[in-house]
Design a protein around this ligand. Structure first.
Ligand code: SF4
Length: 447
């Protein structure tokens, strides 16, 4: 049962208590529990049946909603339809109503000390800015011209390397419930409404008009599907995009929450994507995420339902036996998933904002990968030396090309022409540009 505590101001009556660090290698779940995968039930069809009120203790390990301990909702959002649905699905999770734009407790430990506890609190609020934005890329590296659908911020999982630790300054998981504004903005963008400012990524020359095909993703400031058990948003987005012929949606995740997607009329317009890494990285640095076999089983299930697929090896992390680790993941990927269904696979070596290093050292003092040698890039992020990046990219690209279908676009996320030429033998511009390469890859796989 949901208890509403009217007008309780977070920060006065409730205080975040940081309960300690979670060191890499100390996953709380047993291996057996991590591998638990709830069988899918294709008979259920209504949204409420597909997403029944949750009992956090019985959710599978691959569903990070089980980690939530509380919901806070902005007062003005309490009566929005999506808020009501989320509260209904939340079962016995405690609910607190807070003032508009409530801030984290100023007396609690400063961010990121509050992050571990903040990841257990879901804040339902209003997006007062824009939902749809160009990916925050830079001019100096090849960007894929993605559009980010900003559905919220923060993530209940806790990857040691997560860039969001340095990017955000609020410990809570924020999810925007003013979904009517999202639909309005999305429709305007996809209809090419004159009221919509043109989509103009930072690395496109100003004279170039916006392209007529849109690749949209929700996984920039959060994980696309980590909170789907409660929000059900992916199902709504999938059905919305099914009617669009000038766009594809990519849902990118490290979680597995699929039950509500089984019988949707998606018309191939949503690409289901999972991030992958070498087994030791997934086991020790991606806390509370779904294990490799669970992600691959989910991808195979989505392929059977007719969804196109994508995978992201990002961040590629240098570690002992990295060669065998990444080879093993690639072998298991192609053993589990039909290669014909894969639209694209991205590669991106670990890179980070300077502030991230101290946050990782503070939150995960046993992490060793952050002590490697890094150099500042032209975008002010630290990266591995180019020779090491090239060595890692070459191994992964060779292995992927050995297995992948010819139509699958294998590409770098945010890399220079020099590395493109060195590894792939051409620059994106010589193939029409990275955005055009990915548009073609999407169109090749659409029904
Ligand atoms: S799943 Fe993604 S967003 Fe979530 S903690 Fe890991 S890297 Fe960050």
């Amino acid at each position: 049962m949901v208890t509403v505590q009217q007008h309780r101001t977070f920060g006065r009556s409730a205080r975040l208590e940081y309960t300690g660090y979670e060191a890499p290698g100390c996953l709380p779940e047993s291996a057996a529990l991590l591998n638990a995968y709830v069988p899918l039930n294709p008979q259920v069809s209504t949204p409420d049946e597909r997403l029944p009120p949750m009992n956090t203790s019985s959710l599978p390990a691959a569903d990070p909603s089980r980690l939530l301990r509380e919901i806070r909702v902005e007062e003005s959002c309490l009566d929005l339809p999506l808020t009501r649905q989320i509260i209904q699905r939340a079962g016995a999770l405690p609910l607190t109503v807070v003032p508009e734009k409530a801030a984290a407790d100023p007396e609690a430990a400063p961010y990121p000390g509050t992050l571990g506890a903040g990841k257990r609190i879901l804040y339902l609020g209003r997006n007062r800015g824009r939902f749809l934005k160009p990916c925050p890329a830079t001019r100096v590296y090849n960007c894929c011209d993605y559009q980010v659908l900003n559905i919220g911020a923060g993530c209940p999982m806790d990857c040691t390397y997560c860039i969001l630790q340095a990017y955000l300054n609020n410990p809570w998981l924020t999810f925007y419930v003013n979904i009517d504004d999202l639909w309005r903005e999305l429709d305007q963008a996809l209809d090419g409404s004159p009221h919509q400012p043109p989509h103009h990524p930072p690395n496109r020359p100003p004279h170039q008009p916006p392209r007529p095909f849109h690749r949209i993703g929700t996984g920039e400031f959060t994980d696309s599907m980590a909170l789907d058990r409660l929000t059900g948003l992916s199902a709504l987005l999938i059905e919305k995009m099914a009617g669009r012929t000038n766009a594809v949606l990519e849902l990118k995740s490290k979680a597995v929450v699929l039950n509500h997607l089984a019988d949707l009329d998606h018309r191939g317009r949503t690409i289901m994507a999972w991030s992958l890494n070498s087994p030791p990285v997934m086991q020790t640095l991606e806390l509370h995420s779904a294990p490799l076999e669970t992600r691959l089983a989910a991808a195979a299930q989505c392929a059977r339902w007719g969804y196109p697929l994508a995978f992201h090896f990002d961040p590629i992390i240098y570690h002992p036996d990295w060669e065998e680790g990444y080879r093993q993941t690639i072998r298991r990927l192609f053993a589990a998933v039909p290669k014909e269904r894969i639209a694209w696979i991205s590669l991106g070596a670990f890179r980070f904002l300077p502030e991230l290093r101290s946050i990782i050292l503070r939150r995960f003092p046993a992490a060793t990968f952050i002590h490697e040698e890094f150099v500042p890039g032209l975008d002010n992020k630290f990266r591995y030396f180019r020779t090491l990046r090239a060595e890692m990219y070459r191994l992964l690209a060779d292995e992927l090309r050995r297995h992948a279908a010819p139509h699958t676009c294998i590409y770098f996320c945010m890399e220079s022409d020099t590395l493109w030429r060195e590894i792939f033998g051409h620059t994106p511009a010589e193939r029409g540009g990275l955005p055009a390469m990915l548009d073609t890859a999407a169109r090749n796989i659409l029904p």
